[in-house]
Design a protein around this ligand. Structure first.
Ligand SMILES: [Zn+2]
Length: 352
């Protein structure tokens, strides 16, 4: 079979088995037998049945490799000649064609593995990058973010507090008692009173430990434990660095990689620019429950009503129902489930 097919000669280089040494060589194939011969002396360097060869796929202009059964390799950049040779022999060397097809399941497996890795990256890379970024954030950064966010809020929605000085002092003193019990101590926090205006009864924390409490919330609460429960909840957000995390999450993977990769200048700039938009980002449900639990435990530790936070939520619901026009509602959904969770946890803590 095939003896009438045209004899083929392809120029290239031959490498002995397992060696990078190269010799100028010519590849010929006739009657189902392939031979690599020295380009000058014509001595046989490697020989074998074509069905025992493996031929690399065409990838751009990368030289093709024909591997002999003995492991030696003939390499050529004459891709077209190889393609012509493969085409001329297609069909009559079943074993050889199988050799090519055997590659496909591996290719499919490779594609599947890459697809799984991509999904994994989307799912896990961002949370990991967020954690790394939080860990490498210099303390000056949250300070800058907090200051710029408060400054822009003061220029827009917030107004100076009109709360009686005595009431403010009492709350500040109790707040410090709570903050004293955190790992960073009371000086890690700064309680600021403001009139909320459009944001109404509200409290929120900035990444540097600044906690803003609105007059409206203080007036709405029936007792001080309700106010302190909210403040303890905000302390929880600070202690767990929730706002830094949500900010980094919003900044996205590219910025974070820049930031972690040491290009702190531009990475940080991006993050700081977004610092003003801090208030438009909301906490995740998990972060909220974490802060709720923190509030319950901190209040218990301070000898206060552990479910103080739930009391505030009760009042909010009485006054606003499920209306989420109140901003504290939109960031702190006061569902019955949530209030129940707080009370259940408070009972557990109280029983210890
Ligand atoms: Zn919260």
């Amino acid at each position: 079979m095939g003896s009438d097919r045209p004899r083929l000669v392809i120029s290239g280089q031959w490498h002995p088995p397992g060696s990078s040494r190269a010799e100028a060589a010519r590849f010929t194939s006739a009657d189902g037998v392939a031979t690599a011969k020295g380009a000058e002396g014509g001595e046989t360097l490697a020989e074998g049945a074509v069905s025992g060869l493996s031929v690399s796929n065409r990838v751009g202009r990368i030289p093709r490799r024909i591997t002999f059964a003995d492991g030696s390799v003939f390499e050529t950049d004459d891709n077209d000649a190889i393609d012509r040779w493969l085409k001329a022999h297609r069909g009559w060397r079943v074993g050889f064609v199988h050799g090519l097809e055997r590659f496909h399941p591996r290719l499919i497996l490779l594609v599947a593995v890459v697809a799984v890795l991509c999904v994994g990256l989307y799912r896990y890379a961002l949370p990991i990058a967020v954690e790394v970024a939080v860990a490498v954030t210099p303390p000056a950064a949250p300070r800058l973010m907090g200051q710029s966010a408060l400054a822009s809020l003061d220029q827009t929605v917030l107004a100076p507090s009109q709360l009686e000085g005595q009431r403010r002092q009492a709350i500040t003193s109790d707040f410090r008692t709570l903050a004293e019990l955190t790992p960073g101590g009371a000086d890690a926090f700064d309680l600021q009173f403001r009139r909320g205006g459009v944001i109404g009864p509200n409290a929120f924390a900035l990444p540097d430990g600044t906690i803003v409490l609105t007059d409206e919330l203080v007036r709405l609460a029936r007792d001080e434990d309700a106010v302190l429960g909210v403040l303890a909840h905000e302390i929880g957000h600070v202690v767990h660095k929730h706002s830094l995390r949500r900010l980094y999450r919003a900044a996205g993977i590219t910025t974070l990689i820049m930031f972690i990769g040491g290009d702190i200048g531009s990475g940080m700039e991006e993050v700081l620019v977004q610092g003003a938009g801090l208030m438009t980002l909301s906490y995740s449900r998990d972060q909220e429950s974490e802060a709720d639990r923190y509030s319950v435990e901190l209040m218990a530790k301070a000898g206060r009503e552990p479910a103080g936070l739930a009391r505030l939520f009760d009042v909010l619901r009485e006054n606003y129902g499920d209306d989420d026009r109140n901003d504290f509602f939109s960031t702190h959904p006061t569902t019955p489930d949530r209030i129940e969770d707080i009370r259940r946890h408070a009972a557990e803590v109280g029983a210890r």
